[in-house]
Design a protein around this ligand. Structure first.
Ligand code: NAI
Length: 255
């Protein structure tokens, strides 16, 4: 595997201030990409950029809320104005809230889930595709879905899972619509991954590790680096004929 799959490529990553998004941004920077790291929290994004700089990579930080169409359009504009193209994009920003049965779900939690996980991905993809289809080299998009939704149901996560099933569906539909424009669109579906999002309320990492022995055939959470490796593969030229795929990275939990 070439260590420089993304040299001279500009890649946008949303939700890059923590967790999987940060790991993706760092892995891309290590492979030569010019990364536009987006999220709501500037301090967190600056920390991602500092970590990338230590590893010798370059990250440009831009604050954006993916629920706002103008914000995601501005991200694409920044990538193009600063670097001349947008070669790949990773739509990773997402929230988990409203855990519990659907009968207890608040209107606020539902709207936040849909706004971020579904509308955020749709607006971002639309802006990214409109740019990528003008480029001779096209582009690649990777959406971060989940093993919850299209692959697996777990009681108490129904609302979140529904938004992630929507991400899977948006991925397949947009992939079909735009592969003819030179834009390859795929998804990854992580299972429980080593970030705060997979901790139950009040749970410690050690308690989660014990729970995973029962819940996952692999017996552990995925690392953020393992998820990032899958994202980078799908965004790279090596995945040139992979279109509309949804790669499960969940230790066999959905089997
Ligand atoms: P995280 O909470 O560390 O990362 C989510 C990031 O998205 C945060 O940096 C957050 O600030 C950002 N974000 C949220 N709303 C935003 C908005 N409106 N605009 C811009 N940025 C926003 O959690 P993690 O685990 O890194 O999650 C990344 C993605 O992976 C999410 O889409 C999540 O649903 C998905 N995922 C996570 C799993 C896990 O077990 N950690 C499992 C399956 C999927």
């Amino acid at each position: 595997m070439s260590p420089h799959r993304f040299t001279d490529r500009t890649v946008l990553v949303t939700g890059a201030g923590s967790g999987i998004g940060r790991a993706v941004a760092l892995a891309l920077a290590a492979e030569g990409a010019r990364v536009v790291a987006a999220g709501r929290n500037r301090a967190a994004l600056d920390e991602t950029a500092a970590l990338a700089a230590k590893a010798g990579g370059g990250v440009l930080v831009q604050v954006a809320d993916v629920t706002r169409r103008a914000d995601v359009e501005a991200l694409v504009r920044t990538a193009v104005e600063r670097f001349g193209s947008l070669d790949a994009a990773v739509n990773n920003a997402g929230v988990f809230r409203g855990g519990g049965p659907v009968t207890d779900l608040s209107e606020e939690d539902w709207r936040s889930l849909v706004d971020t996980n579904v509308t955020g991905v749709l607006f971002a993809m639309a802006a990214e595709i409109r740019q990528m289809r003008t480029q001779p080299r096209g582009g690649a998009i990777v959406n971060v879905a989940s093993n919850l939704g299209a692959h697996r149901q777990v009681a108490g996560t129904t609302a979140y899972a529904a938004t992630k099933a929507a991400v899977a569906s948006l991925t397949r539909g947009a992939a079909l619509e735009h592969i003819g424009d030179g834009v390859r669109i795929n998804a990854v579906s992580p299972g429980a991954t080593a970030t705060a999002m997979s901790l139950r309320p009040g749970e410690t990492e050690a308690e989660r590790a014990v729970r995973m022995k029962d819940e996952s055939p692999l017996g552990r959470v995925s690392t953020t680096e393992e998820v990032a490796a899958a994202v980078l593969y799908l965004a790279s030229d090596a995945a040139g004929s992979v279109v509309g795929a949804d790669l499960l990275i969940d230790g066999g939990s959905a089997l």
